[in-house]
Design a protein around this ligand. Structure first.
Ligand code: SF4
Length: 176
């Protein structure tokens, strides 16, 4: 995969990595260097406690502050509008580095994301228990305008913070 990424001529790609304590924290700098080398943006994602697995949480806010102190990355850049990530630049290279920190720096109040699963279900939040079944609506023969109205009403009911941070489905099933 590394070889394929090096050969890839596509611009503006983002590489995402979830950081697990005592597992891949030592890969952070090499990943930033690699992304910089191929002209990609490296983004690190904080582990969320889905399905109560045994993988250990690592605070990305602490990690990025350490990288700033070490002068490996710059201070925080002004975030793009509605961005889930906080961006920095690699000091010794041309890499751009993003941190997505739903636990140590939650961004729920500005979250405007909704998800559509492969089964046609719309979820307003990774932790939402209720879904809207788009596939069923299409199968029932609802028209575009009717579906659009339902979608707008549903999106408007998105909560500013989840009711609780528990989920019985895996992240991959939700499309997170
Ligand atoms: S509102 Fe839900 S999907 Fe959005 S950031 Fe918060 S937990 Fe994640």
């Amino acid at each position: 995969m590394i070889k394929n990424l090096r050969n890839l001529k596509v611009k503006n790609i983002k590489l995402n990595a979830v950081i697990i304590k005592d597992f891949n924290e030592d890969e952070i700098k090499p990943l930033i260097n690699f992304a910089s080398e191929i002209g990609a943006t490296m983004r690190f994602i904080e582990k969320m406690d889905f399905l109560k697995d045994n993988l250990k949480y690592a605070s990305l806010d602490e990690i990025r502050k350490k990288l700033i102190l070490e002068n490996f990355i710059s201070g925080e850049k002004a975030p793009p509008k509605n961005s889930a990530a906080v961006y920095h630049e690699q000091v010794s290279g041309k890499g751009k580095v993003g941190f997505i920190m739903p636990v140590s720096k939650p961004f729920c109040s500005s979250c405007n994301r909704i998800r559509l699963s492969s089964g046609g279900e719309i979820k307003l939040c990774l932790f939402a228990k209720k879904t809207l079944n788009l596939r069923e609506m299409i199968r029932q023969g609802k028209g575009k305008d009717e579906i659009k109205e339902i979608l707008i009403k549903t999106a408007a009911s998105k909560l500013k913070v989840p009711e609780n941070y528990s989920q019985s489905e895996s992240m991959s099933a939700i499309g997170g």
